[in-house]
Each structure stands twice: as structure tokens, then as C-alpha cells.
Design a binder for this molecule. Structure first.
Ligand code: SF4
Length: 460
């Protein structure tokens, strides 16, 4: 039998899709090249923005039609959609061969209503119900329907999130969030913070090492809140670095995300400085540069304390690059607040920034704030932020030209099969000429040219 995944949203979803995929493959299922030909489709959803949910709702409508086509003619799965539709029109009354499950944050938010609103959906798997997937598959294999039982919601970490053949992998270490930023739905759909036992984390890392993984990203909604008895996040990162050395692991780079600026500690920055396996790239989502807006967002740090943290990072890790998230158009934001944000961006010089405008999210506190900003103004403010960031990126990247850097060769380049695409420790993309046997290796590359946000380099 075959499966197909559609994954939306954050890295946590990507990691969770890989871990669920593993349940399929261990049961002998194979990956289908498309949804049209799969026996089981899982949509792993995001609910952070209303637009993400609308997109998924559109896909569920599409699956409604696909299921209808498939139910009318079982052979339809072997054809592309228009051909399948034509076949279906001429053959009626066959049983439905496609099972559709929706998991992730939208599933959690709409746990009680999703199936009613989208009849194509067979199973709704909330964030605390993934342990049921093997039972669902067993029922499907036997041509039965799995009936859920009411249980206390408890989050369980998958044993591994490794995607077979990949040189990079995610390692989830904690789940959930206790912060309740006023614009964010995550604490409501992912629940409170839970940390994963360190021995499980190290065991997963051993499996990744055995599969010749070269780069791991330690993952959580707020990794700095990791706590397992007396082991906090800096201690865990130190432990990971020492374990990699002790086991002679092929993992050469360790990253982490996401990190809340109020929780990042000096000790963590020191671990990154002292352990060469830790990448000199820190993603620290500032969200805004104005204290008034940060307060309304309930971020619990100020622009001053954020800039102080950045100074510490720059002092202890002079070669580190910084990236961030910026949210403009928050309720009550003034032009002066936007200027504060532009000023902060100038001061920090982020190498990348994920920039977006505020969209009220049903179920969050900020959604009820009265002083919402009109869309036209939000778009104008976002455009200002993007213009500044483009200039900063260009300047920062131009300064890198002529430097020789370590690149992890990841894949063949899409445009030229004689070339490889890789990334630097600072998460910049580099294209260079090398044989495909170099994929998965760390290579020294001199950066010689910049096209858009991608470097061209030569192997030295
Ligand atoms: S820290 Fe804030 S933005 Fe991040 S997941 Fe928690 S509530 Fe959402």
C-alpha cells in the first residue's frame, strides 16, 4: 500500500512528518509519487496564520473531489486527475479506496468540527494523538475503520524524525510553549512545555550518526526552556557536543531553533563559543523594535535587553551571523514604532529576516484588541522593512566575497547538473562545481560571486 504526505508550516511539522512516515515504512508501506495515486494521504497542518488554514481548506476541497473520483472508479488512482475524472464519469458505485487523515495544529484546533466541515476527512489526529497512527494504519490494512478512545492528552516524542538518505536532520528536544505571546495560537494547539529525556535525544543522535548525517538541528518551540531535572539547554548542548566527540560522530554542525530572546543565556553563548561543532548562526526572533509593541505582544523583553544580548553574541562570537522574525502592523503600532524597528534592524544587521504583517488569529488575545491597523498601512510598513532588509543582506553578503568558507554539499544544483548546491555554517546558499560524490561532504569553497541571495564559489 502507498502513502503521501502534504506538510505545511514550521520545522516541527517537517520533523513530525518524517517521524510519522517512519511508521508507514516500518509497516511495509511505500511512498507514492503523488496524492492521486496514494492509498493513504496525511495532511500535516499549520494554524499559525489564517492564510495557512485557508490554503489547507482549499486542499481539503480538492481531496473531496479526488475521493469522489476514486470512489467511482477504483482504477482512477493509476491515472492523473483529469483522466481519473473521465474514468469516474463512466463507472459508478465503487467503494472509496483513499483514506485521508489531517494532523498537526489545525487538526488540534478544529478537533471536534473538521470532519463535519470536510466530509473527505477520515481521521483527525490532534497533536497529542500521533501515538494512534499505527493503530489507524492497522485498521486500514484490514479494511476496517479505527474508532478513537477518549484519553488524557499527553504528548509523546517520536523515536526519530530522520528522513532516509538525508544529510541533515531535526532532533526535537521539547514541545509546547508557556509564553502566550498575544498574537500566537501555538500555546493553545501545542499545549504546555514538555522536555524530552536526554538519553532519548542522544540515542536518536547515535542513529543519525550511524546514517552518516552531517548536520543536526535541535528543535523545539522554545529550546531555551528545555529542562530535564538539573539539565537545562546550555548543559544539554554541551552534553550533545561531548557525546559527538566521544562517539566520533560524522555530525559536523549542530544548530538549534527556535530561541526566545528573553531566555537565551550567557552560558549558551559560551557553549557555542567553546564547542566548534555548534554553528555560528543564531536565529533570535525579535518580532519588533518598539518597547510599546513588544509589551502589547507580551514578549517580556525590551529592545534594550535584546540589543544587549546581541552585543554579547557579537563579542563572544565575532564570526556569528544572526537571523530573526519581524512582525509589523501589530494593533496600536505607530509610525514611530516602525522607525524603532528599522533602527534596531540597522543596529543588528540580520543576515536573514522572516518578515510578515500581523493578521488577527482567532482564539488569541490580540485578535480582540481594538486598535487594529488597516491592511493598506500594514502593507506599506512591511514594504519599508523589506526594503531595508534587502539592502542589509546585500551589503553583508557582498562583504563575504573573497572569503574561503566550509560548505556542506547538499544536492545537485537544479539549473546545472555539473554543479552542487550547498550551505555555509551561517546558512547561506552556495553553488559550486564539484562531482556528485561530494554530496554529503564538508568542502572548502572560496566565495567569488553573488547572484541574488546565492553565492557562486570555487573549491579550493
Ligand atoms: S514564544 Fe510566543 S511566538 Fe513563540 S510559540 Fe510561544 S507564544 Fe508563540
Amino acid at each position: 500500500m502507498t502513502y503521501f504526505f502534504e506538510t505545511y508550516g514550521c520545522q516541527m511539522n517537517v520533523a513530525e512528518s518524517f517521524s510519522v512516515e517512519r511508521i508507514f515504512t516500518e509497516r511495509g508501506w511505500t511512498k507514492s509519487p503523488s496524492a492521486q495515486t496514494a492509498d493513504f494521504v496525511i495532511i500535516n497542518t499549520c494554524t499559525v496564520r489564517a492564510t495557512a488554514e485557508s490554503r489547507i481548506a482549499g486542499r481539503l476541497g480538492w481531496y473531496d473531489s479526488l475521493k469522489l473520483v476514486r470512489s467511482l472508479h477504483p482504477d482512477a488512482k493509476y491515472h492523473v486527475f483529469p483522466e481519473a475524472a473521465a474514468l469516474a464519469r463512466s463507472n459508478a458505485g465503487k467503494p472509496p479506496p483513499l483514506t485521508l487523515a489531517v494532523m498537526g495544529c489545525m487538526a488540534e484546533r478544529l478537533l471536534q468540527t473538521l470532519k463535519k466541515d470536510f466530509p473527505a476527512v477520515d481521521y483527525v489526529i490532534g497533536n497529542f494523538q500521533k501515538k494512534n497512527i499505527a493503530d489507524i494504519l492497522q485498521a486500514v490494512e484490514q479494511g476496517k475503520t479505527w474508532i478513537p478512545i477518549d484519553e488524557e492528552p499527553v504528548y509523546s516524542f517520536a523515536q526519530t524524525s530522520y528522513e532516509k538518505g538525508s544529510f541533515s536532520a531535526f532532533v526535537p528536544i521539547m514541545h509546547g510553549c508557556n509564553n502566550f505571546c498575544t498574537y500566537c495560537i501555538v500555546p493553545y494547539v501545542r499545549g504546555r512545555e514538555v522536555s524530552r529525556p536526554p538519553e532519548e535525544i542522544l540515542k536518536e543522535i547515535d542513529e543519525l550518526s550511524a546514517n552518516n548525517v552531517r548536520e543536526i538541528t535541535v528543535l523545539g518551540q522554545n529550546v531555551n526552556s528545555y529542562i530535564w531535572h538539573d539539565i537545562d539547554f546550555p548543559k544539554l548542548m554541551k552534553m550533545i557536543a561531548e557525546h559527538l566527540k566521544k562517539t566520533n560522530s560524522p555530525v559536523g554542525w549542530v544548530r538549534f531553533m527556535s530561541s526566545h530572546p528573553k531566555d537565551i543565556s550567557d552560558r549558551l553563548i559560551e557553549v557555542i563559543r567553546d564547542e566548534r561543532v555548534m554553528c555560528r548562526h543564531i536565529h533570535l526572533p525579535v518580532q519588533h523594535g518598539s518597547n510599546a509593541v513588544l509589551g502589547a505582544m507580551n514578549r517580556r523583553y525590551t529592545r534594550e535587553s535584546y540589543l544587549e544580548t546581541i552585543d554579547k553574541i557579537k563579542n563572544l562570537l565575532p564570526d556569528a551571523s544572526l537571523s530573526t522574525d519581524i512582525l509589523v502592523g501589530f494593533p496600536g503600532e505607530t509610525e514611530a514604532d516602525v522607525d524603532d524597528t528599522l533602527d534596531l534592524m540597522e543596529k543588528v544587521q540580520f543576515v536573514t529576516a522572516f518578515m510578515y504583517y500581523y493578521n488577527p488569529r482567532e482564539g488569541t488575545k490580540a485578535c480582540t484588541f481594538e486598535n487594529q491597523i488597516p491592511m493598506e498601512i500594514k502593507k506599506k510598513r512591511l514594504a519599508k522593512i523589506i526594503t531595508l532588509q534587502h539592502r542589509v543582506i546585500k551589503e553583508l553578503m557582498s562583504r563575504r566575497l573573497g572569503q574561503t568558507v566550509t560548505v556542506l554539499a547538499e544536492s545537485l544544483s537544479r539549473d546545472n547538473k555539473e554543479e552542487l548546491l550547498g550551505k555555509t555554517e551561517q546558512d547561506e546558499r552556495v553553488v559550486f562545481t564539484a562531482g556528485k560524490e561530494s554530496i554529503g561532504s564538508f568542502i572548502q569553497v572560496k566565495l567569488i560571486e553573488l547572484t541574488g541571495n546565492t553565492f557562486r564559489g570555487i573549491v579550493v
